[in-house]
Design a protein around this ligand. Sequence first.
Ligand code: SAH
Length: 215
Amino acid sequence: MISSAEQKMQFLYSLRSSGVTNKRVLTAMETIDRRSYVSDTFADNAYEDTPLPIGCGQTISQPSIVAIMTEALDVQPRDKVLEIGTGSGYQAAILSRLARRIYTVDRHSILVQAARNVFKEQDIPNITTFTADGSRGLPDQAPFDRIIVTAASEDPPTTLLDQLRLGGIMVLPVGQSDSMQRLVKIKKTENGLEYHELRSVRFVPLLEGLGKTSV
Ligand code: SAH
């Protein structure tokens, strides 16, 4: 078995190999310990560049994809960010190091509760969690400077685009759940929406309504 220091070195290496160079993003990912966001069952796998099960049939994303999405979101220190798909809370925790305030939404209350507990344990003060159908966004808190969706939809949800501030950026996987999805970055400009396709990815689907409470 390799030591934890060695595991962490490999973790950082896999982030750099994914092509992410933004210093703020790399520092945030070095600071937030992925081990805190996976269950004891997967403790040995916490620093591997793979998705891992988190319950409710969901997964914590692969670290290199988290890094790529975070870099693409181009978060600024004063930003108000909306994340759809809290899952383990790992992506939200990384964003919390980079932006002023994070609102994160998941349809599974069990996952939201678990993530909220970790944020408390880790003394992360600037994340607000919600159990809700995130495809509706959070109209009461809108507009947002940045929106990140960590579950795939066939098209970018217009409700979410409406909640993005002018000049804002949204990053999300687009495509059918069991086929090839593309990671897309959308910028809202005065002349309309600018789309950039980043790479192919595989995410769980964005589903409507709330999740069942049983795991
Ligand atoms: N960002 C997470 C990984 C997300 S996995 C992390 O860092 O661990 C995708 C998550 O999207 C799942 O937890 C799933 O429950 C959630 N999800 C799917 N459809 C949703 C919807 N309509 N509203 C809110 N959350 C949704």
